[in-house]
Structures are given as structure tokens and as C-alpha cells.
Design a protein around this ligand. Structure first.
Ligand code: NCD
Ligand code: ZN
Length: 346
């Protein structure tokens, strides 16, 4: 069986830099037309100049003739100047800005310590319609890691949306039923991305029978009830939910360690796993809306004109992708179940 899907976009992608960028960029470019590029490099992308230079490095890492378009984002810090972001947005360099609560996840140390510190930036974003992309987890040590998204929604996001009634917000990589219900209760200025791994995994996959570091990411995967809500949201046809892979490669040595890094590298297998999840939900006809229509609609961009084909056939891909010159590799997302889909050759 083969299905035709309008070429998808990835609305949340970590491409990293240097050798890892060289290793991973071709996988996104092979399937996706565009991607929202996460700015959490070290140092983070906080200026137009840094974003333009990073964009050039991404384009240089693509195979010849690739048409993949990186959509750049600005990393919000306590002291970011509203003018830098506004100019960057007006010149088409920044399509959004990313809010990492300081300390919430990988390379978030320079993130925002208190949203009150970025009040003028948020006012400006609301005024010009620049989307705010949110890592929605509190950093409070006293809050259980499985509750950090729900507590963020209650303590931070709810007041933020009230204070900025026209600010456009994407709650990134939602992982709970609470987040799904929250997004649906807002008007259409609020949307959410969902990752393939949050549709496939529960915390049993992560923790039962031994710790599986390659299934560890933030927000941490939750229980079956939450996965059900995410599957229902993604397959429902609601335009408020769209694909953001959160592909976040880390070298195997950093994942398999006493303090394994958070992040799942899924970019070579995103569409096959989505097809499998949508098939299990008997919702294959809604896959295209999730992967290729709702994102452009939220961002006010045209939909892609060409198509890819997905084929119900055992795929053939390696377990790991070498990092050039790095003497290490990146393990490709591999949940416990067997994959039955692949992207058909063009
Ligand atoms: C991401 C990373 O490694 O950059 N990690 C992750 O677990 N998702 C950061 C993020 O999006 O939280
Ligand atoms: Zn991410």
C-alpha cells in the first residue's frame, strides 16, 4: 500500500551545528520542505547576525539541489532587546521567538528567568504578530518532573495569555492531556506541536525492564492516558495541532551516561512513525493535515505544492548515523514496536 501526502514541514527541529549538523541536515531536507530551527546552540541564537550565519551553515550542510528552507527563531533571554527581534522579524530573518524557562532543558541556561523580564519583548511580539514558541515546563525543583508541564500551564501560561490577549503562542511538544485540553480551550491564536515519540511512547517504554536513555527527552514521556489524548488530538483534524518532531540529536556517549542528555533523534524516521500511529488510529486520511496543512496555516505561510509517498513496507535504515570525524554516532529513534512504513523513493 502507498499513500500520497503533501510534502510536510517540521515545526520544531534541532539541527545543532558543526559535525552533527552535517550528519543530520540531509535527513530533514530529504523529506521536509521547511523547518522551524530551534536556537538553543551554545551560545544561543540571539541576534540577526547569528541567525543569518547559522542559516548559511545549515544551507551549506544540505546536499546539492536541496530546496529545504530553514525558518530561523530567536532565543529569548532576560536582556534581549525588543528592537533586535523586531528588526529581525521585519526583515524576515526571524519567523518566531523561543521561550525557554532558564534551566528547563538542554542549553537553556541563558533562557528567561522570569517572564516579567521580557515584558517589552512580548508586547512588541503581540503588536507585530510574531509567534511565541514556548517550552512549557516549570523549573521548580519541588515540582515532580511528570507534572512540570501541567504546572507551567497553570502558573505561567494562563497568566501570560491573559496579560497578552492577542499574542500568538505555540505550546511546543505537548505531552499531557492537560495541555491538549488547555490548547482546545483557547481561541485559535494558541496552537501546539506534537512529536512522533510522544505519540508512540509511554514512560513504561522509557523505564520498565531497564532505563532506555535513547527514549529520554523533555518533556519526559508520560502515561497511557496522556498518550491517548495526544493521539486523539493529532489525528482529530483540529488545526490547533501540528507536527514538530523535536528531533534533538546527542552523541551516543552523551546519551548512555550517568547523566544521559534529554533529546530523541528521530529526523530519519518521522513520517514513517507518524504513518504507523495514524494507521493504528484509523486516521491515515488526517495525516496530511497534521504534517502539512495546519502548520503553514498557523504561521501564515503557503502550503507546499509537491507530494511525498509513504509506503507500507519494512524500512531499511541503520541503527546509528555516524558523526563525521567524531568517533561517535547518533542513535535513530527506535521504540519497542516494529516499524512497517517507509518513505517511498521519489
Ligand atoms: C532538546 C535538545 O536536546 O535541544 N531536548 C529535548 O529533550 N527535547 C531541547 C528541548 O526541546 O527541550
Ligand atoms: Zn526541542
Amino acid at each position: 500500500m502507498k499513500i500520497k501526502v503533501r510534502r510536510p514541514d517540521d515545526w520544531h527541529l534541532h539541527l545543532r551545528d558543526g559535525a552533527i549538523l552535517q550528519a543530520v541536515a540531509p535527513f530533514s531536507a530529504a523529506v521536509f520542505a521547511r523547518a522551524i530551527i530551534m536556537p538553543n546552540l551554545v551560545p544561543p541564537i540571539t541576534t540577526m547576525a547569528a541567525a543569518l550565519a547559522y542559516r548559511r551553515r545549515i544551507l551549506a550542510a544540505l546536499p546539492p539541489n536541496a530546496t529545504f528552507q530553514p525558518l530561523m527563531t530567536c532565543y529569548l533571554t532576560d536582556d534581549l532587546s525588543p528592537d533586535e527581534l523586531r528588526l529581525g522579524a521585519e526583515r524576515g530573518v526571524f519567523v518566531a521567538a523561543k521561550l525557554y524557562p532558564a534551566g528547563a532543558t538542554t542549553n537553556s541556561a541563558r533562557g528567561v528567568s522570569d517572564v516579567r523580564k521580557i515584558w517589552p519583548v512580548l508586547e512588541m511580539m503581540e503588536r507585530i504578530g510574531l509567534p511565541l514558541l514556548v517550552h512549557g515546563e516549570v523549573v521548580d525543583e519541588d515540582v515532580d518532573i511528570f507534572d512540570r508541564e501541567a504546572v507551567f500551564i497553570e502558573r505561567e501560561l494562563t497568566p501570560l495569555l491573559a496579560d497578552f490577549p492577542a499574542l500568538r503562542v505555540v505550546l511546543e511538544h505537548v505531552s499531557t492531556q492537560t495541555a491538549v485540553e488547555f490548547v482546545l480551550a483557547q481561541d485559535d491564536r494558541v496552537a501546539a506541536t506534537i512529536t512522533p515519540h510522544h505519540l508512540l511512547l509511554t514512560r513504561n517504554d522509557l523505564l520498565a525492564g531497564g532505563v532506555h536513555p535513547h527514549l529520554y527527552c523533555l518533556p519526559i514521556v508520560k502515561g497511557a492516558k496522556d498518550r491517548r489524548a495526544l493521539r486523539t488530538a493529532a489525528t482529530s483534524g483540529s488545526p490547533r495541532f501540528f507536527l514538530g518532531s523535536d528531533s534533538a540529536p546527542h552523541p551516543v556517549r552523551r546519551k548512555e551516561s550517568a547523566r544521559g542528555r534529554a533529546g530523541i533523534f528521530n529526523s530519519p524516521v518521522i513520517m514513517p512513525w507518524l504513518a504507523q500511529a495514524f494507521e493504528q488510529e484509523q486516521a491515515l486520511p488526517n495525516l496530511e493535515a497534521f504534517s502539512s496543512l495546519h502548520g503553514p496555516r498557523f504561521y501564515g505561510l503557503p502550503i507546499n505544492e509537491d507530494f511525498i509517498q509513504l509506503e507500507r513496507k519494512e524500512p531499511d535504515f541503520p541503527a546509528c548515523v555516524e558523526i563525521p570525524g567524531g568517533n561517535d554516532c547518533l542513535r535513530i529513534f527506535s521504540p519497542p514496536e516494529k516499524l512497517h512504513w517507509r518513505v517511498a523513493a521519489a
